[in-house]
Design a protein. Structure first.
Length: 278
């Protein structure tokens, strides 16, 4: 089998497995067998429980109550949007949970199925409840848009392509095989995996800012949050094309331009003013 033929077969596989639909964009997305919610959600729930068992979970404080309150409002906003756009029942298998973890990490995440964790290290950068909503909307958007499923499918396809390259170069010397595999790994990472990841981040920013606005939080704060994120990082970041995330400047500009759209979308749900930033 030639390398060209192996890549062609991989392309055909991609066409036939790209059958899921992102409800927010209408785009077809990767969804290989074995990455369905029925498989992905139980695994995510188990992993979430393991993280909690190994962490110092904060309960009974104003901050932990805020995380739950904001998370619930974002979840309600998501359900309102999905129901209004013909996706009734989309969240039936979600098991929402919101936990604050004592840690200096500047991080927050949402697993497939709605399991959310915030680390106390990100709270000073969020500064207020609206900042938390900007982060929460973004993280929840990753789950709603099935980015976990897509990343898993993409990884499986990359492995499949690697097998194809190995087969296609099977008659070459071990040294040449290694060169081919390194070239394949570098090319698929820089030209495929990293742009794929950056597109997910941009997509989550757009979905998240709409969700926070529908939940009653001022979307103008999203770009301000990322100004603080940039300041916290001290400007230390790899070039955008070598990163899993867009640059802070790109995100700030994008979120600023998306704020009017988010406000207009929120008006459709009766939101004409936003909660104070306390």
């Amino acid at each position: 089998m030639t390398l060209k033929k192996a890549i062609s077969i991989l392309g055909i596989v991609v066409i036939f497995v790209s059958c899921a639909t992102n409800p927010f964009t209408g785009k077809k997305t990767l969804a290989l067998p074995g990455t369905e919610n029925s498989t992905l959600f139980p695994a995510a729930f188990a992993q979430y429980n393991q993280v909690l068992s190994e962490s110092n979970v904060v309960t009974g404080t104003k901050d932990s109550e805020m995380i739950t309150r904001v998370g619930q409002r974002i979840a309600v906003a998501a359900e309102r949007w999905l129901n209004a756009n013909g996706y009734q029942g989309y969240l039936d298998d979600y098991k929402w949970e919101y936990k604050l973890i004592q840690s200096d990490q500047v991080n927050a995440w949402c697993m497939p199925g709605g399991k959310i964790a915030f680390y106390t290290g990100i709270l000073p950068i969020a500064q207020n409840e609206t900042g938390i909503a900007a982060i929460m909307g973004h993280e929840v958007a990753h789950a709603l848009a099935n980015h976990g499923q897509q990343r898993m499918s993409s990884g499986m396809l990359q492995q499949l392509g690697g097998i194809g390259v190995a087969v296609a170069t099977g008659n070459e010397s071990p040294e040449k095989q290694q060169i081919w595999m390194q070239a394949y790994g570098l090319t698929t990472t820089v030209a495929g995996v990293l742009p794929f990841s950056r597109s997910h981040e941009t997509e989550a920013d757009e979905i998240g800012i709409i969700l926070m606005a529908i939940a009653g939080y001022n979307p103008d704060e999203a770009s301000e949050l990322w100004k603080r994120m940039k300041a916290n990082s001290g400007g230390q970041a790899p070039p955008e094309f070598l990163s899993t995330h867009p640059s802070s400047d790109s995100r700030i500009a994008n979120l600023k331009s998306l704020a009017p759209k988010a406000k207009a979308e929120a008006k459709k749900y009766g939101v004409t003013s936003f909660r104070p930033m306390n």
